[in-house]
Design a protein around this ligand. Structure first.
Ligand SMILES: *[C@@H]1O[C@H](CO)[C@@H](O)[C@H](O)[C@H]1NC(C)=O
Ligand SMILES: *[C@@H]1O[C@H](CO)[C@@H](O)[C@H](O)[C@H]1NC(C)=O
Ligand SMILES: *[C@@H]1O[C@H](CO)[C@@H](O)[C@H](O)[C@H]1NC(C)=O
Ligand SMILES: *[C@@H]1O[C@H](CO)[C@@H](O)[C@H](O)[C@H]1NC(C)=O
Length: 384
C-alpha cells in the first residue's frame, strides 16, 4: 500500500516536471557574452599576443581562427545552436561584429590575477577580473554610443541596450588557477587551500554582471585536467599518482574539489541574486566519460595529442603544435596533425579536438548534466 502511494506520488511529481517543461518557452537569447580560458577563446589571446598558427583551425576554418583547436569549440556549437554567429573576440580589432555578443575569454586565463607575466608562466594577463573590466567598458560604450550617436554603422556592430539583460552569460574558467599552483610546485593540498579564494573571486564577477542587468548564467565546471598530456608530462607527476585510466588521480580529485566548491558558490549566488537563473554544468563528468570510455564513443588514443611531437603522449612542452623542430638540419612544422582528428579527443596536448568538443556539446546541451537540469535553450528560467 505504502509502495503504491509512493508510486502515485512519484507519478504526480514526474507529471509536474513534464508540465513545467511544456509550459516553459524557449529563451530566445539575442546575445551571448562569454568569459573564460582557452576552452572558449575564439581569438582573444591571438589578437593580443599573435595568432595561434597552423595547423590550428584546419578541420573547419581551413586556417588559423584564433582557436586552440583544429576547429570549433563548445562555445561555437552553443552559438550555432541558437542560430547566432560565432562570437567575435572582444580584443579583435578587425572584422569583429558584436551584434550578438562578445567573447572576453583568452587562452591561459585564470580567475585570480597571477603575479607573473605570460612569458614567465604562460598564463594570460586577462584574468576574469580583467575580462569583467572589459565587459563593463563594452557595456558602457554601447549605452553611450547608442543613445548619443545615431550612427547606422555602429548600430550594425553592437548589441541593443536591452539585449544585455536578455543575453546568456557563459563561463568556462578555473582550470588554469589550479594548474598555475601546481606548476609553481605547490602541493595539491596547498592548491586546495587556495580554492575558496578562487571561487570567491568568481562569485564577485557574477554579482557584478548581475548588478549590470545580467540574468541568465550558464557555468561550466572544470574538466579532468589530470588526463591532459601537458599536465601528465610534467616532472611533478609520480608513478603512484596515475590511476587505472592513465590519468593523474590527485589532479582530477583537485578539479572535483574545485567543482564542488564552485557548485556551492552557485547555490549561494542563487540565494543572493533573486532574479538570476544560474545553471551549473558538469562538463567534468562528460569529458571524463569521453576520455575513459573513448572506444565506446568512437574515439581512439584518448591520452595522446593529435598534433604534437614525441614522447608517450605525442607531446613536448618545448615543441608545441604549430612549432618548428629541426629534422636533419631543416625546420619542420610540428603539425602535421594526426591522420584523422575526427577520432581523436586531444588536439595539442592541452585542448580538445573539434570532434570532442562537438561530443561534449551534444551531451550538455539538453540539460542532462546541468543543475538544475535545464537545457541550454531554457537557461533563462529560474525554476524547472
Ligand atoms: C599575488 O600577490 C598578491 C599580493 O601578495 C596576493 O594577495 C595574491 O594572492 C597573489 N596571487 C596569486 C594568484 O598567487
Ligand atoms: C553584424 O552581424 C549582424 C547579424 O549577423 C548583421 O545584421 C550586421 O549587418 C553585421 N554588421 C556589419 C557591419 O556587417
Ligand atoms: C618545480 O620542480 C621541478 C622539479 O624539481 C623544477 O625543475 C622546477 O624548476 C620547479 N619549478 C618552480 C617554479 O619552482
Ligand atoms: C541528452 O543527450 C544525450 C546525448 O545525445 C543523450 O544520451 C541523453 O539521453 C539526453 N538526455 C535527455 C534527458 O534528453
Amino acid at each position: 500500500m505504502e509502495l503504491m502511494m509512493k508510486a502515485v506520488m512519484l507519478f504526480l511529481l514526474l507529471n509536474q516536471v513534464v508540465q513545467a517543461r511544456i509550459s516553459q518557452h524557449p529563451c530566445d537569447f539575442p546575445a551571448i557574452f562569454n568569459f573564460g580560458d582557452s576552452n572558449s577563446d575564439t581569438g582573444g589571446l591571438s589578437a593580443a599576443f599573435g595568432q595561434a598558427g597552423p595547423p590550428h583551425g584546419e578541420s573547419f576554418f581551413h586556417g588559423p581562427a584564433g582557436r586552440f583547436c583544429d576547429g570549433r569549440l563548445v562555445i561555437d556549437f552553443i552559438a550555432q545552436s541558437f542560430g547566432l554567429p560565432y562570437l567575435s573576440a572582444y580584443l579583435d580589432a578587425l572584422g569583429s561584429n558584436f551584434t550578438h555578443g562578445a567573447n572576453f575569454a583568452t587562452a591561459g586565463s585564470t580567475i585570480r590575477p597571477q603575479n607573473t607575466t605570460l612569458a614567465q608562466s604562460g598564463f594570460s594577463p586577462f584574468s576574469l577580473n580583467v575580462q569583467w573590466y572589459q565587459f563593463n567598458d563594452f557595456h558602457r560604450r554601447v549605452r553611450t554610443f547608442l543613445t548619443q550617436k545615431d550612427d547606422p554603422v555602429f548600430k550594425k556592430l553592437m548589441p541593443k541596450v536591452e539585449d544585455f539583460s536578455r543575453a546568456l552569460y557563459t563561463f568556462d574558467i578555473g582550470q588554469n588557477d589550479l594548474t598555475a599552483g601546481l606548476f609553481q610546485n605547490l602541493t595539491v593540498e596547498e592548491v586546495r587551500a587556495s580554492v575558496p579564494d578562487i571561487v570567491g573571486q568568481f562569485k564577485t564577477v557574477v554579482k557584478d554582471i548581475y548588478n549590470q542587468g545580467g540574468r541568465s548564467f550558464w557555468i561550466h565546471n572544470t574538466g579532468p585536467f589530470g588526463c591532459l598530456p601537458y599536465v601528465m608530462d610534467r616532472q611533478l607527476v609520480t608513478a603512484g599518482q596515475v590511476d587505472k585510466f592513465g590519468c593523474v588521480g590527485p589532479f582530477n580529485d583537485l578539479a572535483q574539489f574545485f567543482n564542488h566548491r564552485l557548485k556551492q558558490t552557485i547555490d549561494q549566488l542563487r540565494e543572493d541574486l533573486p532574479k538570476a537563473s544560474l545553471t551549473y554544468v558538469d562538463v567534468y563528468t562528460v569529458k571524463h566519460a569521453l576520455i575513459t570510455q573513448a572506444t565506446r564513443h568512437g574515439f581512439e588514443h584518448p591520452l595522446r595529442a593529435c598534433c604534437g611531437h614525441g614522447g608517450k603522449y605525442n607531446f613536448n612542452m618545448h615543441i608545441g603544435c604549430g612549432g618548428k623542430v629541426k629534422v636533419k638540419g631543416k625546420d619542420v612544422l610540428v603539425g602535421k596533425a594526426c591522420d584523422d582528428p575526427t577520432v581523436m579527443i586531444n588536439w595539442d596536448g592541452v585542448h580538445y579536438t573539434q570532434a570532442a568538443n562537438k561530443w561534449i556539446f551534444d551531451h550538455i546541451v539538453n540539460g542532462s548534466f546541468s543543475d538544475p537540469p535545464i537545457p541550454i535553450g531554457l537557461a533563462c528560467h529560474r525554476q524547472y
